[in-house]
Design a protein around this ligand. Structure first.
Ligand code: HEM
Length: 411
């Protein structure tokens, strides 16, 4: 350790002990970002802001929420919504942010797919991102249970029941997850623990990991151009800022991100104050009743596509469960299913472009039909869309291998 000298100020005092200047240099002022990226690269920072809103509003809600089946519904719908000053505001902020974060996660994920940001050294960034997606899904599912309304109860019953389909251990596993034979107080308290302690801690660790994984391969860019970051950074530091293909994360890049965050927040607060109901299901304003099954059970909008894959195989619950498992895990393997080494936006990869938009269209169909009752023609459309989803992923290695061969011949 270097010798400790009399500090010239607070920063110097900290620097001698924690190397804060070096840290700022590595993470901020000399963390190089390509110039040729658009506003879609700000989604990561929008996600951080939304997570911060969820965290802070969650802390306020936690002060009055009661994790007990006899008290939970009233603590949310009466105490927080009607008795506590601005309780309604914290609840709406929390609910709208939960929905918005999924919208932005999907945009962030599909931007990465469109630009091939999971390739050539960026595989671990992608894996970290997918782990975040999975943990956020568990966080949203456990949170949805807490108001203990009809949909909280029945969605929990349906989803925990799915684990029963796992061979051999399934039925025992369901009881273990629920802490009882049916969804009950024990289930609520353990999901409460997951929602307010374990999963947020895991999410924070994963966000730190996601940032760390970004530091060395750096973010991609709009053209898929391979940039020599050291060489370009030298140009920038030498004052040749116009010619350099990079800018520092702080203050240049982050100031652009903050602008996008501000625009996003206008929409976010508009929804929070004027259209908060879009993030809440009317059926969940009825208290949970284990004796009264709602006519139609469905999850929040962001899970509808995978729920529809589950229901799509209406003639076999086993097949549905396998397809559901595949749907939830398949995105993790994107870097290996895409066999082409070409890193370029989809509009420069003709076959991949068709694949990409076919996938988006299919996910929209699955989401729409996931909300409708699975009867009559809906069941068949759901089946075709589920098969199409699996088929698209089965076709991806072949489509991209053809592209890889063409690229090999061209070079
Ligand atoms: C709350 C969750 C997340 C946070 C806070 C977050 C944050 C970030 C940030 C700040 C960046 C750099 C700037 C940008 O490209 O936006 C980034 C990049 C990236 N993220 Fe995420 N992310 C999250 C979830 C995900 C998910 C679900 C995926 C997909 C599986 C993902 C995959 C990626 C990839 C591949 C990049 C690199 C983009 C590139 O190189 O062009 N992230 N993330």
């Amino acid at each position: 350790m270097a010798q400790i000298k009399k500090a010239e100020g607070f920063i110097d005092w900290l620097d001698q002990r924690l190397a804060v200047k070096k840290f700022m240099q590595v993470m901020m002022t000399e963390y190089w970002i390509p110039k040729n990226i658009n506003f879609l690269w700000a989604m990561g920072v929008v996600l951080i802001v939304l997570f911060a809103i969820l965290f802070v509003s969650g802390i306020f809600l936690l002060m009055y929420y009661k994790p007990d089946v006899k008290l939970a519904f009233d603590s949310v719908n009466y105490t927080i919504m009607q008795e506590v000053k601005y309780g309604w505001l914290w609840r709406h902020l929390h609910a709208v942010a939960a929905s918005a974060i999924f919208l932005v996660i999907y945009i962030h994920m599909f931007v990465a797919i469109y630009y091939g940001s999971y390739k050539q050294g960026r595989e671990v960034i992608w894996i970290g991102g997918m782990l975040l997606f999975m943990t956020f899904s568990a966080e949203a599912f456990s949170g949805y249970m807490l108001p203990w309304g009809q949909m909280s109860y029945w969605a929990a019953a349906v989803i925990t029941n799915l684990f029963g389909g796992i061979p051999v251990i399934g039925p025992e596993l369901v009881v273990w997850i629920r802490g009882n034979f049916v969804v009950s107080d024990a289930t609520l308290t353990r999901f409460f623990m997951l929602h307010v302690v374990l999963l947020p801690v895991v999410i924070m660790a994963l966000i730190a990991f996601h940032f760390y994984t970004l530091r060395f391969p750096h973010v991609g860019n709009e053209l898929g151009e391979e940039i020599d970051f050291d060489k370009e950074a030298e140009k920038y530091k030498a004052g040749n800022k116009k010619e350099a293909k990079v800018i520092p994360f702080w203050p240049m890049f982050l100031s652009k991100d903050i602008f996008v965050v501000c625009v996003f927040m206008v929409g976010f607060f508009y929804l929070t104050f004027f259209h908060f109901n879009f993030a809440m299901d009317p059926i969940n304003f009825e208290p949970a009743d284990s004796m009264k099954t709602p006519l139609h059970i469905y999850p929040e909008w962001y899970f509808l596509w995978s729920y529809e894959v589950l229901r799509g195989f209406f003639f076999s619950s086993d097949l549905g469960l396998i397809a559901f498992g595949i749907a939830n895990g398949i995105f993790l393997f994107m870097p290996w299913l895409d066999r082409s080494p070409v890193v370029a936006p989809a509009h420069k990869r003709p076959m991949f472009m068709i694949w990409f938009w076919a996938l988006i269209a299919d996910l929209i169909v699955l989401t729409v039909y996931g909300k409708l009752p699975p009867t009559g023609v809906n069941a068949y459309i759901g089946f075709v869309a589920s098969i199409a989803f699996l088929g698209l992923f089965a076709a991806l290695p072949f489509i991209t291998s053809i592209e890889a061969k063409k690229a090999g011949r061209a070079s």
